[in-house]
Ligand binder design. Sequence first.
Ligand SMILES: Nc1nc2c(c(=O)[nH]1)N[C@@H](CN(C=O)c1ccc(C(=O)N[C@@H](CCC(=O)O)C(=O)O)cc1)CN2
Ligand SMILES: [Mg+2]
Length: 295
Amino acid sequence: MSARIIDGKGAAAALRAKVAVEVAGYRAATGRAPGLAVVLVGEDPASAVYVRSKGKATLEAGMLSFEHKLPAEISEGKLIDLINELNSDPAVDGILVQLPLPDHIDPNQVILAIDPDKDVDGFHPINAGRLAIGLTGFTPCTPLGCLKLLKAELGDLSGKNAVVIGRSNIVGKPMAMLLLAEHCTVTIAHSRTRDLPEVVRAADIVVAAVGRAGMVKGDWLKPGATVIDVGINRVAGEGGNSHLAGDVDFASASQIAGAITPVPGGVGPMTIACLIRNTLVSAARRDGFELPEDL
Ligand SMILES: Nc1nc2c(c(=O)[nH]1)N[C@@H](CN(C=O)c1ccc(C(=O)N[C@@H](CCC(=O)O)C(=O)O)cc1)CN2
Ligand SMILES: [Mg+2]
């Protein structure tokens, strides 16, 4: 059997186009454009690429992009001063601080400083709590993107066995909460899980978010399972070249799975599309502007 390849790039383009249509309506109704402030600290090359992509996607959707590039040596206090300014800036509907941050800055303190109602990354503990108990808030972009891909592929998720591999605050835990809200039976597996292949073999849905290239093998999967690969691992190749690899061994998994996301071109592009979506949602909430329920 050969799995269906889930086209995250295409799904992300479609979501961004839908958001752009709604942004046009929002601008016509309110006379202003939603604004996203992105803060980059230091010169991590991958982070710089992601921040550039976010700015471009924001502008393409008809929104305002405010980029703040700060030196790697900036103090935690100075970074938090900037966040406080953005919190009180009425032109800013969404704020995100690109992760990872340099070692001398505590990401938890920085995230805590963001106004939860502008926290379009959904990382603030208030938003984590809202997600856990079913209140309106912001859902982290990567798990939200995964859920959108799953629903497009499978429709109703109710009653399905879902295994999330990885328990990070920004992917694994919120992903598990989202699947639970869809009435899945959810297992969170992690580095101390015993007999991981056996746990994964029970899953109709596998979400791999561990950060280890090719860890999940085809013979771990239930035939026909839907596999969402969140991993973005840069793997060294021959002659100094490198390539991206997911957490799933695509060659073997695509022989057994029913559907699978590729890396690149799967979950990654959905992260940015969902960020644009969350920014519009933030602006719309502020102005009482109604958006389609399924956006
Ligand atoms: N504040 C945040 N920091 C980080 C987040 C986040 O959601 N908020 N997530 C990741 C990085 N990230 C967005 O910030 C991100 C990662 C990957 C992609 C993506 O489209 N990847 C492409 C491949 C790109 C490449 O060639 O390197 C793909 O998978 O097709 C988008 C966004 C950590 N930090
Ligand atoms: Mg993310």
